[in-house]
Design a protein around this ligand. Structure first.
Ligand code: AMP
Ligand code: MG
Length: 363
């Protein structure tokens, strides 16, 4: 299949730019598009065939439901049995934005879109391309992250091309996603409401609207534990994983950098390709490892700095790109420092721990 690449100049975005993409959606075709969280792989949410195509293009297990995207609040009505007050309150506060709500679904939404569930996940993205595409299409757009299943989510059109070119009808290039992590998912079908996936909208922010909201147990787990089953079906799969073996080091930061140095040095001397995912703060402590690289005939070292520990938003925005970078350079062993679990750090650590298959070393 030929995949059309459509580059958009964000400084003069007009609905005409998205006319063909919207037409594609109405015809049941698949269009990848940017959102403020990550790129989405969109299809008509009312069309069970389009949903089936999304699963096929991603290689996604068909019990892993899709998020349905809308462009204004009134579009929620046909999708759900009823709109609880709490959904209105959350929407007032956080929509459009990186928050997904789980509600009882209406008959209108086919089971293919919801992975067989009676509930539906709904989000109103704030990205102007996403918003305009949904409006132009005139139907809600079902869209999971636009990556091949199991790989890190995509935050740039280049990532989408890498994973899905030839498998979908169009990729809209609108530059990099600002947030870089998938939406926070909140289940409103249970009482108290539960956070199924942490994201940019933090528990502290949500508690201003729902004081008793909690994390689903699976969100807080720190090890492979098959007795804790994720309520968001997608959260149970191996996810975000780079091809190399990723290990996270946690503890006092100077000990962390020492431990990472030691492991990296050992693997380099054994001739391996090694990646280090670092913050600005620890970057300096790895510089002389590069010298080992040059002096001796050893493996190759790739260091990726994803920003300052003081700027979690920057770390979040660069995380998936960094994981993909290590695949590109074929890193066999990857070492990462841990980040503080709280605020956006909760979401960063959630993705990083999954990427590492919960391989965390405390030093
Ligand atoms: P993605 O869009 O690729 O980030 O994947 C969507 C995520 O939302 C997956 O983790 C799904 O399991 C989750 N999700 C979608 N619909 C539901 C639902 N009805 N109930 C629980 N989780 C859902
Ligand atoms: Mg995904």
């Amino acid at each position: 299949m030929e995949t059309i690449l459509k580059k958009i100049d964000m400084s003069c975005l007009s609905s005409g730019d998205l006319r063909e993409a919207a037409e594609f959606i109405r015809q049941g075709k698949l269009v990848a598009f940017p959102t403020e969280t990550v790129y989405g792989l969109g299809g008509n949410a009312y069309d069970s065939t389009a949903s089936a195509r999304i699963y096929a293009a991603k290689g996604r297990p068909s019990d892993n439901p899709l998020i349905v995207h809308i462009s204004e609040f009134s579009e929620i009505e046909p999708l759900v049995k009823e709109v609880p007050d709490v959904a209105r309150a959350l929407a007032d506060r956080f929509w459009p934005g990186p928050l997904t709500m789980i509600l009882e679904k209406s008959e209108r939404i086919p089971k293919e879109t919801t992975g067989g569930l009676d509930t539906v996940a709904i989000r109103m993205p704030s990205h102007p391309i996403a918003n305009m595409l949904i409006k132009e299409a005139g139907v809600p757009i079902a869209a999971p992250s636009a990556n091949a299943s199991g790989r890190p989510s995509t935050t740039k059109a280049e990532h989408v091309i890498e994973d899905l070119s030839g498998r979908i009808d169009m990729i809209i290039d609108g530059g990099s996603s600002d947030i870089g992590l998938e939406s926070t998912i909140v289940d409103l079908t249970v009482n108290p409401a539960l956070i199924l996936r942490p994201g940019y909208i933090t528990i502290e922010m949500l508690r201003e609207v729902i004081p008793d909201i909690e994390y689903d147990k699976a969100v807080l787990k720190r090890m492979k534990d098959d007795t804790i089953v994720a309520k968001a079906p997608g959260m149970k799969y191996r996810h975000y994983a780079p091809k190399g073996e990723l290990t996270i080091y946690e503890g006092d930061m100077s000990r962390v950098s020492q431990a990472i140095r030691a492991s990296a040095e050992e693997m380099l001397k054994a001739g391996h390709t090694v990646g280090i995912l670092t913050s600005d703060e620890l970057l300096g402590s790895y510089e002389d490892l590069r010298a080992i690289n040059l002096k001796e005939k050893t493996g190759t070292l790739y260091i990726k700095d994803i920003g300052s520990r003081d700027n979690e938003a920057e770390i979040a925005a660069g995380l998936f790109d960094a994981l993909r970078y290590f695949d590109e350079v074929k890193a066999e062993y990857i070492y990462a420092e841990s980040f503080t679990e709280g605020g956006i750090g909760q979401a960063i650590m959630n993705r990083l721990m999954k990427a590492a298959g919960y391989h965390i070393v405390t030093v």
